[in-house]
Write a protein that binds this ligand. Structure first.
Ligand SMILES: *[C@@H]1O[C@H](CO)[C@@H](O)[C@H](O)[C@H]1NC(C)=O
Ligand SMILES: *[C@@H]1O[C@H](CO)[C@@H](O)[C@H](O)[C@H]1NC(C)=O
Ligand SMILES: *[C@@H]1O[C@H](CO)[C@@H](O)[C@H](O)[C@H]1NC(C)=O
Ligand SMILES: *[C@@H]1O[C@H](CO)[C@@H](O)[C@H](O)[C@H]1NC(C)=O
Ligand SMILES: [Zn+2]
Ligand SMILES: [Zn+2]
Length: 593
C-alpha cells in the first residue's frame, strides 16, 4: 500500500515535470516566433497572447521563474538585434509599444506614455553599453525570479578592520537634556494634484481617481482618499500637516521624511510637473512647521522618468537626472547645513551631526532599485555612495558618535539590486554597534527589519540592528494613512518607544468633515515589551515565531487596520511569510521567504 502510493506520487511528479518542461518549451517557442512576427505584424499573433497568459498561469513556481527568465532573454535579444541592425527611434518606439501591450497588459495610454518618457535613456544605454547582454538585463530586472548573469561582477566595498573591544563606545550618561527626543516620521505622501473626489476609482490605468465616471456609486473616488489604486488629494495632505501642527508639533524635535512625494501617474510625469509638486510639498512643510528641522531624502518617484537615477558619467541634459539633485540642494537648504551640499549634488545623500555624538546619515538607496533601468548600464556602487557611507561610518566610529540611517528602500527589499543589497548588509554588520536605528519608507507597510549577527556563529539569533518603516500617508493600495512619532534616547540615539497614528478611511469618507485621527498603538505596550533594547527584539521574534495571534496583530498594524486588508486577511502561511521578511535584510533572503 505504502509502496504503491510512493510510486504513484513519483509518477505524478514526473508527469508534472515532463508536462511543464514541454509547456515551457512551447511557451518559449511561441515567444521566440511571436516577437519576430511583431516586427512586421500590427497585432500580436494569437499563439503569443496565449503564451503570455500561460506564463501568468504558472506564476510563482520554479517553472515560471525559468520561463520568465528565458522569455525575457528572448525578448531582449530581439530588441537589441533590431536596434543594432539600424532601427531608428520611431521604429523602436513602435516595437516597444507592441511589446508593452502584450507583456504588461497595460492599456494604450500607459504604454505610450511610459515609452515616450523612457525611450531616450533606454536607447542611450543600448547604443553606449557594449556589453549590454540579454543575460545582464534579465538578471537585474528579474533577480527575484532567480535569473542570473554568469558575467555579473561581484563588486566589493572594502571595510575597515573591526574595532578593538575597548574602543567601543561607552554610554555617555551625563547628557543634561531632560527626557527623550521626539521624532516625527512622515513618508510616502504621494500627493496627486489631479485627484478628483467622485471620479472613477476603478479604471484600467495604473493610477485612478483622476477622471471618468464610476460605473456604480461604490466605484466613486472617496473624498479623503480611496482604497483602490489611487493617491492623495491636496486637502488630505493639508489635513495631515495641520493636524500634526495643532496636536503634536510643539513637542517634536525634528522630522524625518523618507521619500516619495510624487503620485503614481508615472506614465505621464515630467520634469516641470515633478519640480512643481516637490516645491509645493516642501513649501507646505516649511510654512506649516516653520520652527522644525526636516531631514528629507529622495524616493524613487521624485525623478523623471520615475525610478531613473542616472550614473555620473551621463551628462546630456535630456537624459541625465542631475537636475533632481540640484533641486534637492536648493529645497533642502532650508533645513540642512551648507556642508551637505556637495554630496547631495553628487548623488542625493548627506551626513549631518545634529548634536554632539548624534549623526544622521541620509542615503539615496533608489540607486539600488531594479526598476532604475540605469543599473543595466552601470551597477557598481553608483555615484560612489556605499564607499562614502563606509567612510562616514568609520569617521563616526572614531568620533564616538551614534548614527541614524535614513533610506527610502528598506534593507532586503526584493527589488533592491542583489550586489548592492549584499554590500549594504555587510556595512551594517560591520558598524551595527554605532547605528542606533534605521528609518525607511517605500513599501507603504508598517514593517520591521531586524538584523541578526552574521559573525557570531555561536549565537545566530543575536539581534544587532533594527530598521523601522514609516509606512505611508498614501492609501496606495488599500491602506489607512498613518504617521509615527518616536521617542529617542538623546545620548544613545536608541528608539525607546513609538506611537502610530491613523484614521479609518471608510469612516472618514462618509462625509467631508475632517478625518478622526487616533493612536492605533504604542510599540512597547502593544508587544508587551519591557523596553526596545536589542535583546527585547530577540524575545519578540521568538514570541512571534510561536504565536499566530501576535503575528495577526503585526499584520493589522502593517495595514493600519484598513477595512479592505482586514477583509482580505492573512492566513497562517501568509503570516509565516511576514515573519520571514522581518529578518530578511538582504535581497536573496527575501526571495527565499
Ligand atoms: C515659531 O517660533 C517663533 C519664535 O519663537 C514663534 O513666535 C512662533 O509662534 C513659532 N511658530 C509656530 C508655528 O510654532
Ligand atoms: C547643478 O549644479 C551644478 C553646481 O551648482 C552646476 O554646475 C550644474 O550645471 C547644475 N546642473 C543642472 C542640470 O542643473
Ligand atoms: C471603519 O469604519 C467603518 C465605518 O464606520 C466601520 O464599519 C469599520 O468597522 C471601521 N474599521 C475598523 C477597523 O475599525
Ligand atoms: C545570500 O548571499 C550571500 C552572499 O552572496 C550568502 O552569504 C548568503 O548565504 C545568501 N543567503 C541566502 C539565503 O541565499
Ligand atoms: Zn511610495
Ligand atoms: Zn518608493
Amino acid at each position: 500500500m505504502k509502496k504503491t502510493l510512493f510510486i504513484l506520487v513519483l509518477c505524478t511528479f514526473s508527469i508534472i515535470g515532463v508536462y511543464s518542461s514541454i509547456q515551457q518549451d512551447r511557451i518559449l517557442e511561441a515567444v521566440r516566433n511571436g516577437v519576430v512576427k511583431l516586427l512586421t505584424a500590427d497585432r500580436a499573433p494569437n499563439y503569443l497572447t496565449k503564451a503570455v497568459k500561460n506564463i501568468s498561469k504558472i506564476k510563482d513556481t520554479l517553472e515560471s521563474d525559468e520561463t520568465i527568465c528565458q522569455s525575457c532573454q528572448v525578448v531582449v535579444h530581439q530588441v537589441l538585434t533590431y536596434r543594432r541592425n539600424g532601427a531608428n527611434k520611431d521604429s523602436m518606439k513602435t516595437y516597444f509599444n507592441k511589446l508593452c501591450k502584450i507583456f504588461t497588459g497595460w492599456g494604450n495610454t500607459a504604454c505610450h506614455g511610459y515609452i515616450d518618457i523612457e525611450i531616450d535613456p533606454v536607447l542611450y544605454m543600448m547604443d553606449n553599453k557594449n556589453d549590454l547582454t540579454p543575460e545582464r538585463v534579465c538578471a537585474i530586472y528579474f533577480q527575484a525570479q532567480k535569473c542570473v548573469d554568469p558575467d555579473a561582477k561581484k563588486w566589493i566595498i572594502p571595510l575597515p578592520p573591526p574595532p578593538k573591544k575597548n574602543e567601543e563606545i561607552e554610554e555617555d550618561d551625563d547628557d543634561d537634556q531632560i527626557g527623550p527626543l521626539r521624532i516625527l516620521h512622515l513618508t510616502d505622501i504621494h500627493y496627486d494634484p489631479l485627484y478628483k473626489p467622485g471620479s472613477n476609482a476603478v479604471c484600467k490605468d495604473p493610477l485612478c481617481c483622476q477622471s471618468g465616471v464610476p460605473s456604480k456609486p461604490g466605484n466613486a473616488a472617496g473624498y479623503w482618499g480611496d482604497y483602490n489604486v489611487c493617491d492623495m488629494p491636496r486637502h488630505s495632505v493639508l489635513n495631515l500637516l495641520n493636524h500634526i501642527k495643532e496636536k503634536y508639533i510643539k513637542d517634536i524635535d525634528f522630522i524625518y521624511y523618507t521619500g516619495d512625494i510624487i503620485s503614481h501617474k508615472s506614465w505621464a510625469s515630467s520634469k516641470s510637473e515633478n519640480t512643481k509638486t516637490i516645491k509645493e510639498i516642501y513649501g507646505l512643510f516649511a510654512s506649516i512647521f516653520p520652527n522644525t528641522t526636516i531631514y528629507p531624502i529622495l524616493g524613487n518617484h521624485e525623478p523623471h522618468p520615475t525610478d531613473f537615477y542616472s550614473p555620473e558619467d551621463v551628462l546630456q541634459n535630456q537624459i541625465s537626472t542631475q537636475w533632481i539633485f540640484n533641486l534637492s540642494v536648493t529645497e533642502w537648504s532650508r533645513w540642512l547645513p551648507e556642508s551637505t551640499q556637495d554630496t547631495i549634488l553628487k548623488g542625493g545623500y548627506y551626513s549631518v551631526l545634529i548634536k554632539p555624538g548624534f549623526r544622521i546619515i541620509a542615503i539615496n538607496s533608489n540607486f539600488c532599485f531594479t526598476s532604475n533601468l540605469w543599473l543595466m548600464y552601470e551597477d557598481e556602487d553608483p555615484r560612489d555612495q556605499l564607499a562614502w557611507l563606509v567612510e562616514e561610518l568609520y569617521k563616526a566610529e572614531k568620533n564616538k558618535e551614534r548614527v541614524h540611517i535614513l533610506s527610502h528602500i528598506p534593507p532586503g527589499e526584493i527589488l533592491c539590486h542583489k550586489q548592492w543589497s549584499n554590500q549594504f548588509h555587510k556595512i551594517i554588520n560591520r558598524f551595527a554597534h554605532i547605528i542606533s536605528a534605521q528609518f525607511n519608507g517605500h513599501t507603504h507597510i508598517d514593517e520591521l527589519k531586524v538584523f541578526l549577527d552574521e559573525d557570531d556563529e555561536s549565537d545566530t539569533d543575536k539581534v544587532i540592528n533594527v530598521a523601522f518603516n514609516g509606512a505611508s500617508f498614501t492609501t496606495f493600495v488599500g491602506f489607512n494613512p498613518n504617521f509615527k512619532i518616536y521617542e529617542v534616547d538623546p545620548s544613545s540615539a536608541m528608539v525607546l518607544d513609538y506611537d502610530q497614528y491613523i484614521f479609518n478611511l471608510t469612516k472618514a469618507n462618509q462625509n467631508t468633515t475632517p478625518p478622526q485621527w487616533y493612536k492605533q498603538y504604542s510599540f512597547k505596550n502593544a508587544y508587551n515589551l519591557h523596553d526596545m533594547s536589542l535583546p527585547s527584539f530577540e524575545d519578540l521574534l521568538e514570541k512571534m515565531s510561536k504565536d499566530d495571534d501576535l503575528m495577526w496583530q503585526y499584520y493589522r498594524f502593517l495595514v493600519r487596520d484598513s477595512d479592505v486588508k482586514i477583509k482580505e486577511g492573512c492566513n497562517s502561511k501568509c503570516l509565516k511569510k511576514l515573519l520571514c521578511y522581518i529578518t530578511a535584510v538582504e535581497t536573496n533572503e527575501s526571495v527565499n521567504c
